[in-house]
Ligand binder design. Structure first.
Ligand SMILES: [Zn+2]
Length: 260
């Protein structure tokens, strides 16, 4: 593609994106992201297990134990939040269950609780609060995009996997700990990026809403975040995702667009 064509496509994509609120995600893009994330997960876990000198069977055993621990921890958190705060806003609860269904999660297994604060994910629960959403001036769509991020943590059992890795880290020798530590950080950032991109894959409008929500919550968050990718980098990969969807729509012309 020559330079003129590249510039032209980029201008068309920008104009299109201003109007395109409900693009469907092309199957090729969905498959590519899903496949790349899965490959990254497999590769990171493989390296970490090698460092911990643990085989796949032991890893599965560790996961069974941490799932049990996480289940107990969930109950403790839920009981604590129930003592401290009112029941979650019913409208928010209904929206959460609708989002679970969109993501193909059996909604009787997962609950939403009022944690009085910003969104968080447990093993089988998501905590959030109407007050916190309102204080950050988030639209309904932006709230839903953040909830989809937390739902992704539940889908991928990120709490249990993290705890299982942590338990292996604690049991290993100091030199293996030193080798594993940077990869543990990488794993955590990967799980956050995967949660962001899973929310994006739920729909173009969610991707745009997530980008905007992160822009709004950034001033409320610590600037030093080792567990998450930086806000700048989150913005960058969400924008890259959106650009790919918009460009696929403009070049294929095979998706439905609803102006809103
Ligand atoms: Zn997260």
């Amino acid at each position: 593609m020559n330079r003129f064509n590249a510039i032209l496509i980029s201008i068309i994509c920008s104009i299109w994106s201003m109007h395109a609120q409900e693009l469907s995600i092309p199957e090729a893009i969905r498959q590519r992201y899903t496949c790349e994330l899965e490959q990254e997960r497999t590769s990171l876990i493989k390296i970490l297990l090698r460092i911990f000198n643990v085989n796949d069977q032991d890893w599965q055993q560790e996961l069974i134990q941490t799932r049990r621990d996480c289940g107990e921890r969930d109950e403790a958190f839920k009981a604590r939040y129930a003592r401290m705060y009112d029941h979650i806003n019913p409208e928010l609860e209904a929206r959460f269950h609708a989002l679970l269904r969109v993501q193909g999660v059996n909604d009787s297994d997962v609950v939403i609780v009022n944690n009085g604060e910003a969104p968080e994910a447990g093993h089988k629960f998501v905590g959030c609060s109407r007050r916190s959403f309102d204080s950050m001036n988030l639209t309904i769509k932006e709230q839903d995009a953040l909830l989809l991020h937390e739902i992704a943590h539940v889908i991928y059992e990120d709490a249990a996997v993290w705890n299982a890795l942590h338990s292996l880290l604690e049991k290993t020798s100091w030199y293996r700990k030193a080798a594993a530590f940077p990869l543990m950080v990488r794993w955590h950032r990967f799980s956050e990026r995967r949660a962001d991109l899973t929310a994006c894959l739920a729909g173009y409008s969610y991707a745009r809403a997530l980008e905007e929500a992160l822009r709004k919550i950034a001033p409320f968050s610590s600037t030093i975040q080792t567990s998450h990718p930086t806000f700048k980098s989150r913005e960058r990969y969400i924008q890259a995702f959106c650009e790919q969807v918009v460009c696929a729509a403009t070049t294929d012309g095979a998706v439905s667009v609803t102006k809103s």
